[in-house]
Write a protein that binds this ligand. Structure first.
Ligand code: SAH
Ligand code: SF4
Length: 373
């Protein structure tokens, strides 16, 4: 059975219990980060040398152990203590749906019964086969964007670093293929679960010989609705993770209606944060813009978008709006989308139009709502 959605105020208590470092091995990261202990911290607390942490990480992320008993190069008494101190309970694949275009959508459930959706998107790139995994950073989302099915269900809880990384691991194994790209565009707002998200992405980014999945930071994209503190903080991290910001309107009144959870975080503040991110990270951010008929596709909206993209040096990704049962918004049609892309280009803005994937299994952005089938 899928979990009931907890009201927001019960979430902190639920989360405290869950991130208790003694509750679960997936609450730890490869390296320590604010609020996240590392496998080495765990080994130290068990009076073990640091190299045990590397052995443990390799078993978890490279060698795919399902229990501590599989970890034959760890002493038996250590395995017993680890099982008591930080139980290893892998996420279970509750359901997989296959799209005719090759996309697969997974319902993954963690030990406490919380479930999230994760999507695998295979494609053919210029340098061979690619597999992109779209992961969730939270179960549900507190932001309540009016066009997004996830947002309509509210927040269930934050995911831990291991739960974030495990989604990629599971999809890679199911496709039996190396994961080339990761996008944090599933359920949740990554910057409302900042430390665990970064710690999870570091497991993905670390080299295999230290127990990571070896995915390049530039191939890992974090999408945020525009949480200013998170954008500023990301620029201070040593890795060059790619940043995408969901803009959807460059006019304050329209954006406030579409993204009511962001109240108080203005477009001016967002532009300033993106400008300094660009200067520090030396990488163009991208702006996600879902075209919604009659809402953000008129001349004034497009002029505001041109101005915003210019001032931030950003690339614009036009996304066809994915319909969800919870909202009455309609996507702009193909012809209008092409015209808007052309208008942006002629104003010197770099634009791409995102292809729709997995539409027949409701696997696209904003459709991950764990509907009961
Ligand atoms: N919370 C983050 C990341 C998850 S949402 C964010 O908002 O950026 C991933 C992307 O899906 C975002 O760009 C979001 O705006 C977009 N999205 C949400 N609902 C959508 C819908 N119905 N159609 C198209 N894109 C949608
Ligand atoms: Fe949350 Fe992103 Fe959906 Fe908004 S679009 S409700 S921030 S998941």
């Amino acid at each position: 059975m899928l979990p009931a959605i907890l009201p927001y105020n019960t979430y902190n208590t639920a989360m405290k219990a869950h991130t208790n470092p003694q509750s679960d091995i997936f609450a730890y990261g490869l390296q320590s980060a604010e609020g996240v202990q590392s496998y080495a911290d765990l080994m130290n607390s068990l009076k073990q040398p640091d190299y045990r942490a590397k052995q443990l990480a390799k078993w978890l992320w490279v060698r795919d152990a399902n229990s501590y008993d599989d970890m034959t190069d760890l002493p038996a008494d250590l395995r017993t203590r680890l099982a008591q101190f930080a139980p290893l309970k892998r996420a279970q694949v509750q359901q997989v749906q296959h799209s005719t275009d090759g996309t697969r959508k997974y319902l993954l459930c963690f030990a406490d019964g919380t479930c999230v959706e994760t999507v695998g998107l295979p494609s053919q790139g210029s340098s061979g086969k690619r597999l992109t995994v779209c992961i969730s950073s939270q179960a549900g989302c507190a932001l309540g964007c009016t066009f997004c099915a996830t947002g309509q269900g509210g927040l269930i809880r934050n995911l831990t670093p291991g739960e974030i990384a495990e989604q990629v691991h599971i999809v890679g194994s199911d496709f039996n293929q190396r994961v080339s790209n990761v996008v944090v565009m599933g359920q949740g707002e990554p910057f409302q679960n900042y430390s665990a998200t970064i710690a999870g992405l570091r497991i993905l980014n670390a080299a295999e010989n230290i127990g990571g999945l070896g995915i390049g930071a530039r191939h890992i994209t974090i999408s945020t609705s525009g949480i200013i503190t998170g954008i500023k903080r990301l620029a201070t991290e040593p890795e060059q993770f790619t940043l995408a910001v969901s803009l959807h309107s460059a006019q304050q009144a329209t954006r406030d209606k579409l993204m009511p959870g962001l109240k108080g975080q203005t477009l001016d503040q967002l532009a300033t944060a993106l400008q300094s991110h660009y200067q520090q990270a030396k990488r163009r951010p991208s702006l996600e813009y879902s075209l919604i008929a009659g809402i953000n596709d008129d001349k004034a909206e497009i002029a505001a978008l041109v101005q915003f993209a210019r001032s931030t040096g950003a690339h614009v990704n036009l996304i066809p709006l994915n319909e969800s049962v919870q909202s009455t918004f309609q996507p702009a049609n193909q012809k209008a989308t092409m015209e808007i892309a052309e208008a942006l280009r002629s104003n010197g803005i770099e634009v791409s139009i995102r292809r729709r994937r997995g539409a027949d299994i409701a696997a696209a952005c904003g459709q991950l709502a764990q509907e009961r089938k």
